[in-house]
Ligand binder design. Structure first.
Ligand code: SAM
Length: 310
């Protein structure tokens, strides 16, 4: 429990009551004392407007009343246990946010570690990865998943992404984990045929227009060795706010690409795509043998499909 004067000063700085400060300290822990008003307002411009309208006293006051439950970007950090901590230099906040949608390092780490474990658990019945295995992370971003996976199996890892800034940062900082290549919006990858034992792609096909995803599926088949594996993540439309027309299209075709919500720093085509299980099985089976599909098998959110190149 925090001593009186310090907590009183904290409460007064953030324009909340001492009782509210005490409750936050009890539920969040000492990390709450580093709450960054400026960052929270930068990440949540609607909160800035609500404060200007007199609805809240401060960003922390909003956080106390609503932000905690809403799990918004810009909130306080949690301290992860050593096995969850990022395995290399920490990517800059802007690069983390680009792939994670959130500025919190603790949640970036927790998701990266969980997704890496999900992938390894999914492929383990089919392939045992070791130092001789060649693995491609297609759409690796700033290495959120890649560093955990490489750390766990010590494989020969390659990361590729369209994002030149992320790839430059990875080359400068994560060179001990992988080789990194930048690719264009469309194939080819600057990589040899049949090179990889495993190709995985997390939260990339969830952003591509339909035609582009077919082009990339064929390209990922090219770089996978015969008998090698591909794991992709997709997501359905449960709890996604779509229009009735988008829902209808999804029901009829199993796929919908929604051209809202541009991500700063990424190309214009990068929006949101949703796949039904039947659709992704049908689509992947044109180029791969389907082995398994797990709804919400990726950090409890996205689905994964595991395929083998024949
Ligand atoms: C949501 S992020 C996920 C990043 C990473 N897989 C992870 O889980 O942290 C999506 C990534 O896909 C990349 N991307 C989008 N289109 C791409 C393309 N055509 N080729 C390669 N990467 C692409 C983006 O640049 C971004 O890094």
């Amino acid at each position: 429990m925090k001593d009186g004067p310090a907590l009183t000063a904290f409460a007064s700085r953030h324009r909340i009551t001492v009782e509210e400060a005490q409750e936050l300290f009890t539920s969040i822990g000492p990390a709450i004392l580093d709450f960054d008003e400026a960052l929270y307002l930068e990440e949540n411009p609607d909160v800035r407007r609500s404060i200007a309208n007199g609805e809240f006293n401060s960003a922390l006051h909003f956080y106390f009343l609503h932000g905690r439950e809403e799990n918004r970007s810009g909130g306080p950090e949690a301290d992860n246990p050593p096995e969850i901590k990022f395995k290399g230099p920490i990517p800059p906040r802007a690069l983390r946010k680009r792939v994670h949608g959130h500025t919190q390092l603790s949640s970036f780490e927790a998701v990266g570690a969980a997704v890496s474990k999900n992938i390894l658990d999914a492929v383990r019945p089919h392939i045992s990865l070791d130092a001789s295995s060649r693995v491609l992370d297609f759409g690796c971003g700033c290495g959120r998943v890649l560093v955990y996976l490489e750390d766990a199996v010590g494989c020969q890892m390659t990361g590729s992404d369209i994002d030149g800034e992320a790839i430059a940062w990875c080359r400068d900082n994560l060179g001990g984990f992988a080789n990194f290549v930048q690719n264009g919006a469309l194939p080819p990858l600057p990589l040899a045929d049949a090179r990889f034992d495993l190709v995985y792609s997390v939260s990339v096909f969830t952003h591509l227009p339909e035609r582009m995803q077919f082009q990339w599926l064929r390209e990922l088949q090219r770089v996978t060795r015969p008998g090698g594996f591909l794991l992709l993540t997709t997501r359905g439309i449960d709890q996604v706010p779509l229009t009735w027309l988008q829902r209808l299209r999804f029901r009829m075709t199993g796929f919908v690409y929604v051209a809202g919500g541009k991500t700063p720093g990424l190309p214009d085509f990068y929006r949101n795509a949703f796949h039904s299980e039947a659709y992704i099985r049908r689509t992947c089976s044109r180029t791969f043998e389907i082995l398994d599909f797990k709804p919400r098998g990726i950090a409890g959110e996205q689905d994964w499909i595991l395929c083998r190149r024949s």
